[in-house]
Design a binder for this molecule. Structure first.
Ligand SMILES: *Cc1c(COP(=O)(O)O)cnc(C)c1O
Length: 407
């Protein structure tokens, strides 16, 4: 569990001894992005900030709190322990478990006051079995998820009416939501998204015909919100866009939105390289001229993937410095661009930030790694300290073993 402790004043955030390699998380960017998303949603639509996977690697609960302050009113997580962690940190906002949980976890979820998404009778029955004991004073909130084409987690439309009846008839349950999830809202051709919306609306209409009060509906991920397909529902559930990162190359962010995370390190050593020298394990890079390498303390154990060798670069004094040879577990060597006088201690921009810094963007990293922007973000390991910035000040630092907040 993360510890929160006060730090003596003389240990100012700027002099605090944390690793040279750190991820700066701009909480003002999170707030700006939340407000931008709010701006394209109807006033009455509530925003569920999806903060699963440690807020897409950015660091929950700081991101969660920043999003709540900026206008989100619900949080979305994937696992019970993610929800419990937020509760341990004092978060009182509604927290929705977006995916399936094991029946053995139901009691813990109820005790933490988490809202549970159901898609089958078995889980629903497990909730009914423990709701009265685990949460006697407050009904357990249940969201019913409908599969409209993703074929992953969701009840088939024909199961919905009986499950809805079951939820409504149990006084220890509260029917808190009706949802579905899009398969390809991040693609330019959105015909399938329309089909899914139509299928969802058909189920809603069927329930309405049975004179069911319809609980809050939610369908829209970031791509759907950004492309205006939130279906006029009562709740929207953006994730990646909160972090200022587009869901795919085909979907654009809204004006003013910006990435919240960047990784910066420092040159810890200069390495003289003579013509004919090789650099790194297995000697995959061989210098044909004399040059200077810079040692940067980041490696594949930090999530700087080994497959980036031969492709990636870092920004030094605004210029691109290519990674030389293999990526080690804890360090890389980059080639200092000709004409640049680099010194030990100089900042090295590894990922993200203003383009002038010279680092690859999250999207460029995704391209090089053959994956999506999501995996780049959640692949940033806990070993890289998170430094949380608000109004230009460091407000919190989280390392692998500890966390501090500053007032
Ligand atoms: C992760 C997730 C989201 C958020 O998706 P983004 O593409 O990051 O906006 C929304 N809904 C569900 C069910 C999810 O699992």
């Amino acid at each position: 569990m993360i510890l929160q402790s006060e730090r003596p004043v003389e240990n100012s955030p700027t002099t605090m001894s944390i690793r040279a390699t750190r991820a700066y998380v701009d909480l003002d960017a999170i707030a700006t992005n939340v407000r931008a998303l709010r701006g394209v949603l109807p006033e009455s639509t509530r925003l569920m900030a999806v903060v699963k996977a440690d807020a897409y690697g950015h660091g929950s609960p700081w991101v969660a709190n920043a999003a709540l302050k900026a206008g989100a009113s619900i949080l979305g997580v994937a696992t019970v322990s993610e929800g419990q962690l937020l509760r341990h940190q004092g978060v009182v906002a509604p927290i929705v478990l977006l995916g399936s949980i094991d029946v053995d976890e139901v009691e813990a979820a109820c005790r933490a006051g988490l809202e549970i998404t159901v898609a089958d009778d078995e889980l629903l029955r497990a909730i009914e079995a423990v709701a009265r004991l685990a949460s006697p004073d407050r009904p357990v909130a249940v969201h019913l998820k409908i599969d409209t084409g993703l074929r992953r987690y969701g009840a088939m439309p024909e199961q919905v009416s009986s499950m809805a009846r079951q939820i409504r008839s149990d006084p220890y349950l509260r029917f808190a939501g009706l949802s579905t999830h899009f398969a390809s809202a991040d693609e330019p051709d959105e015909a399938f998204t329309e089909e899914q919306l139509t299928a969802f609306e058909r189920v809603v209409a069927m329930l309405a015909e049975e004179e069911f009060p319809i609980p809050p509906r939610h369908v829209a991920n970031s791509a759907a919100v950004l492309t205006g397909r939130s279906g006029n529902c009562e709740i929207a559930r953006p994730g990646i866009a909160l972090y200022g990162v587009p869901p795919s190359a085909d979907v654009k962010l809204l004006p003013g939105m910006r990435p919240a995370l960047r990784i910066e390190s420092r040159i810890t050593r200069l390495v003289p390289i003579a013509p004919g020298d090789s650099v790194g394990y297995n000697r995959t890079f061989c210098a044909c001229r004399s040059m200077t390498g810079a040692l940067v303390p980041i490696g594949y154990a930090d999530g700087y993937r080994r497959a980036l060798a031969g492709q990636s670069w870092v920004g030094i004094r605004g210029r691109r410095a290519p990674v030389l040879g293999r990526i080690s577990m804890d360090q890389i060597v980059v080639g200092i661009p000709p004409g640049i006088e680099a010194r030990v201690g100089d900042p090295v921009h590894v990922i993200g930030g203003e383009p002038e810094l010279g680092a690859p963007s999250i999207a460029e990293m995704a391209e090089m790694m053959g994956t999506n922007t999501y995996e780049v973000l959640v692949g940033i390991r806990q070993r890289i300290p998170r430094v949380f910035i608000q109004s230009g000040r460091t407000v919190a630092v989280r390392t692998l073993s500890d966390a501090w907040t500053f007032d």
